[in-house]
Design a protein around this ligand. Structure first.
Ligand code: NAD
Length: 323
């Protein structure tokens, strides 16, 4: 049994990670700045703390008595949020800086940092028919403006803390994670949740239209939350010192994503393409050669299977809210 702090435990991935760590029998301190009512999951067996980790004092308190830290707290959202809130995204550097510093000062043994595929060079993501991104493609650096630059900087900081101060740091570059107990409305939601919600809304109201951001031909891969949690734990416990992709390699177009959700819902909608909406890069996929080599595993839950579970959860939330 270890003492583990999860920063961002009130969020989507953090909430699932806390559940998995508790199931393994660890003592978990889950920290988030949102009031408890806003947490996606409040695990009764965890020590649940509301604190703003942008401050060094709060980070020091969060790490007191802990053996390990998972740093997932960030001010983030889907493309609609990160393209319009670059300064807010960059301010997450305060959380990462203070949490890694507090981990060092408190003598924690391991520090995990949740990075993102948004660190990859934009020039390699201009076309829909993508070459999957390998870890070395992050350099020369030209990441997503704001959010991606902050992630890349924080990756470097972890690296130098490891090299100069000897703290064991592990970094996963998540590629689009989706699943239940995450953001599905309000402006921070990502494509799978947004599309599920739009389809559910169309069905509920009988207005059989859907707005799609971009021309629908953008390609992406989406990783179901259970694969994300397993990969996060395995990477944390591995000897992998360099940032590593954690993502599905099942490529799909946004139109294909809509097809799948329509199929689950048993409905066909009229599609309207909003070409000036934030849509991110044209194509992105995860090259999983490194994770296969290091862990003999890669995320493998089929998109269709994960979407069914996500759709069902968002449907229930929608009904709770709108009747
Ligand atoms: P999320 O927004 O659901 O969770 C992040 C949590 O951090 C939120 O609950 C938020 O309240 C909390 N937080 C923000 N500022 C804080 C502060 N100052 N102090 C304490 N807590 C604070 O997002 P998520 O999808 O669970 O993402 C978790 C991590 O994974 C983030 O670092 C994100 O950048 C990274 N990531 C996620 C994805 C994805 O597809 N979800 C992809 C790439 C990287």
């Amino acid at each position: 049994m270890r003492n583990i702090v999860v920063a961002g435990g009130g969020g989507f991935i953090g909430g699932h990670l806390v559940g998995a760590l508790l199931a393994e029998g660890h003592h978990v301190r889950s920290v988030d700045c949102k009031p408890l009512e806003g947490w996606y999951q409040v695990h009764k067996n965890a020590e649940n703390v509301v604190a703003d980790l942008r401050g060094l004092d709060a980070s020091m308190t969060a790490c007191a008595g802990m053996d390990e830290s998972f740093q997932l707290a960030a001010d983030m959202g889907g493309m609609g949020f990160i393209e319009n809130n670059r300064a807010l995204c960059m301010l997450s550097v305060l959380i990462n800086t203070h949490m890694v510093l507090a981990a060092k000062e408190r003598g924690l043994q391991r520090f995990f940092y949740a990075s993102s595929a948004c660190v990859y060079n934009a020039d390699r993501q201009k076309h829909e028919d993508v070459v999957p991104l390998r870890e070395e493609d992050a350099y020369p650096a030209m990441p997503e403006d704001g959010y991606g630059w902050e992630k890349l900087f924080s990756e470097r900081m972890c690296r130098h803390f490891r090299e100069d101060f000897g703290i064991v740091t592990r970094i996963a570059r998540y590629h689009n994670v989706y699943g239940p107990h995450g953001t599905w409305e309000g402006g921070r939601e990502k494509a799978p949740a947004a599309i599920c919600r739009k389809v559910i809304h169309a069905k509920a109201t009988g207005e059989l239209d859907i707005e799609i951001w971009g021309d629908g031909r953008q390609t992406r891969s989406f990783m179901y939350i259970d694969d994300c949690v397993k990969g996060t734990l395995d990477i944390m416990r591995s000897g992998i010192e360099e940032p590593i992709n954690l993502g599905s390699s099942e490529l799909v177009t946004i139109n294909g994503l809509v097809d799948a959700v329509e199929d689950i819902a048993g409905v066909k909608l009229r599609r309207h393409y909003k070409l000036d909406a934030p849509k991110g890069v044209n194509g992105r996929n995860s090259d999983n050669t490194m994770i296969q080599r290091e862990l003999g595993w890669e995320p493998s839950i089929r998109l269709r299977d994960g979407l069914e579970l996500t759709y069902r959860w968002i449907h229930d939330e929608y009904v709770k809210k709108h009747g």
